[in-house]
Design a protein around this ligand. Structure first.
Ligand code: NAD
Length: 256
């Protein structure tokens, strides 16, 4: 089912995106990576799995760059069969102090970029009557935390967007779903742990435990690999009729 298909994973130079890209490549999907920072090692690692691996450095906050990335996918890979909207950033501050440019960037990267990739990917998916769109939302797509207004708004937004596009494509071979992770130990969360350790004058290890204990009853981080395996399942024929779901992998966070 996945073998020979092309997956585009936004924000896949680290963390969850890279984990999802690895799992899809392990099943034989060609992969287009995207994101900032070092990417040659990630690309080589994906290629070593025996698939075609590409990279495009589009900034997900800039619609014209997203258009260029989607054009690259068509010219170099023949299009996108599996679209994983994963790129995301975080900023933590009370609303009255929230920097306006941070609000705009979070909405652009965490939410609007998925609109642009999706609008550009869907026509070819409709033509071939097959496609998978997987949006990496968050537990914060289902419930809120204080001081994360932009992030929570964007993640609730992408869960709603997921449902809407799932309905638009419901009679086709395209499925659209969201994955809602709780805490995953990636650079995005490491920053929050480090900030917590500094603010409370505690060790990074204590900050780790405190962060988990506050929200995630399992007291364990979810891994990028576990999320990648869920993405593989959503790409399988067993998931042909899973549509518009927001699938939590959050150690019990949203069960409370
Ligand atoms: P990360 O910081 O490890 O990775 C983010 C990726 O996005 C990187 O590849 C980065 O280069 C890329 N990126 C950032 N800004 C970009 C931009 N403007 N254009 C293109 N790429 C950009 O973070 P992560 O934790 O792996 O997060 C990935 C996704 O998972 C995000 O949407 C995040 O909100 C979501 N998420 C993370 C957690 C967690 O606990 N880590 C939990 C729930 C949801």
């Amino acid at each position: 089912m996945i073998k020979g298909k092309t997956a585009l994973v936004t924000g896949s130079t680290s963390g969850i995106g890279l984990g999802v890209a690895r799992c899809l490549a392990a099943q034989g999907a060609n992969v287009i990576l995207n994101g900032f920072g070092e990417h040659e090692q990630a690309r080589a690692e994906i290629a070593a799995l025996g698939v075609k691996a590409g990279y495009h450095g589009a900034d997900m906050s800039v619609p014209t760059q997203i258009e260029a990335m989607m054009a690259y996918a068509v010219s170099d890979f023949g299009g996108v069969d599996i679209l994983v909207n994963n790129a995301g950033i975080q900023h933590v501050a009370p609303v009255e102090d929230f920097p306006v440019e941070k609000w705009d960037a979070i909405i652009a990267i965490n939410l609007s970029s998925a609109f642009h990739t999706t609008r550009l990917a869907v026509p070819a998916m409709r033509k071939q009557n097959w496609g998978r769109i997987i949006n990496i939302a968050s537990a914060h797509g289902l419930v809120a935390s204080a001081q994360k207004s932009a992030y929570v708004a964007a993640k609730h937004g992408i869960v709603g967007f997921t449902k809407s596009i799932a309905l638009e494509t419901a009679t086709t071979g395209i499925t659209v779903n969201a994955i809602c992770p709780g805490w995953v130990l990636t650079p995005l969360v490491q920053k929050q742990i480090d900030a917590r350790a500094a603010k409370e004058g505690i060790s990074v290890q204590q900050a780790n435990i405190g962060l988990l204990a506050e929200k995630q009853p399992s007291l364990q981080f979810t891994t990028p690999q576990q999320l990648g395996e869920l993405a593989v399942f959503l790409c399988s024929s067993a998931a042909d009729n899973v549509r518009g779901q927001a699938w939590a992998v959050d150690g019990g966070w949203t069960a409370q």
